[in-house]
Design a protein around this ligand. Structure first.
Ligand SMILES: [Zn+2]
Length: 313
């Protein structure tokens, strides 16, 4: 799996949000299983090594535990890989898991998209691992079963094969100079898709590339209140990211400060994202020390029970 070079400030903000996730990265129909760990109880072992080896959810009541970028999920359920209005991509990653409220939300949004955008449905990318937690590749968040990446490519009007789900690439929506959307790929149907998600009361934030935010600000007619939830973020130029609020009944879920009220559409609001420092970041003179990976001790203590619980049937 390839990592993109990420500027330092992006790494710093990664604790709060998502690093670029790579919908365009291909998977394999026959992924190799991970070898067993020599000493799984070693306290210094990276939590991603433990959570990355769990192939089934914990047989516990549904709970989102901790923060989006530091936590886990109990009692997760899978989004069915074929729905009436969606299909799951990159099945080899086994990341189509989430809190049951996220599954219900995605199904609802997908059906709404058929009606309002005329898309046959949604292509769903990464959600969480069966027990959440940190991942080997791609995301800082997506740890508590409340985040989902949705492709900005409409679902085709037929069932995709296993191979296609691994090999098909998402489509780039941002122009080469990064200052606006690419008019050859961005269509009038993209706004109603993103709006369908943003208007859901349980949605906390939507992450899109700043060029996409700029286009939404320009194109939104009528009710524009949903724009405040749509936040510019690094990456997110092939897909957008839905983040749900902490669901009722998840006492140990740590809420994120709600986004500011305004639409976030003024030149000033977007200036940072179109600044030279963000568009053309210079490598730091001294490469930063890589952050040590999260260990189990860095996560909420309940995540230990989530790891130890038997597999849900
Ligand atoms: Zn994302």
């Amino acid at each position: 799996m390839r990592f993109r070079l990420i500027p330092v400030f992006a790494l710093m903000s990664a604790a709060l949000a998502a690093v670029p996730a790579q919908a365009q990265d291909k998977g394999s129909v026959n992924p190799k299983p991970l070898p067993p760990l020599a000493n799984p109880s070693d306290p210094n072992i990276a939590a991603k090594e433990l959570f990355g080896r769990k192939l089934a959810p914990a047989a516990l009541a549904p709970q989102a535990i901790g923060f989006y970028a530091k936590g886990c999920v109990a009692g997760a359920v899978a989004l069915p890989i074929n729905g009436s209005a969606w299909q799951v991509m990159r099945l080899s990653r086994n990341r189509n898991w989430g809190h049951p409220d996220l599954i219900a939300l995605l199904e609802r949004v997908a059906i709404k998209v058929q009606k309002t955008a005329g898309w046959p449905g949604l292509l769903v990318g990464d959600m969480s691992q069966p027990r959440g937690g940190p991942m080997f590749t791609g995301h800082a968040s997506h740890q508590i079963g409340l985040d989902a990446d949705i492709w900005l490519t409409p679902m085709p009007n037929r069932q995709l094969s296993r191979e296609e789900r691994e090999e098909t690439s998402a489509v780039m929506m941002v122009r080469k100079d990064r200052l606006d959307i690419d008019p050859s790929t961005w269509t009038p149907t993209h706004l109603p898709v993103i709006r369908a998600a943003a208007q859901e009361p349980q949605v906390e934030r939507i992450f899109v590339n700043a060029a996409i935010k700029k286009a939404l600000c320009r194109e939104a007619k009528g009710d524009r209140s949903w724009l405040s939830k749509v936040r510019p973020m690094y990456g997110h130029d092939y897909h957008f990211h839905i983040r749900m609020k902490c669901p009722p009944g998840s006492a140990n879920c740590e809420a994120q400060t709600p986004p500011a009220d305004g639409e976030g559409c003024s030149t000033g609001d977007l200036a940072y994202w179109f600044s030279d420092a963000v568009l053309h970041p210079k490598p730091p003179p001294v490469p930063p020390k890589p952050k040590p990976p999260l260990t189990l001790a860095n996560l909420p203590s309940e995540c230990r029970q989530v790891l130890q619980a038997p597999d849900a049937k």
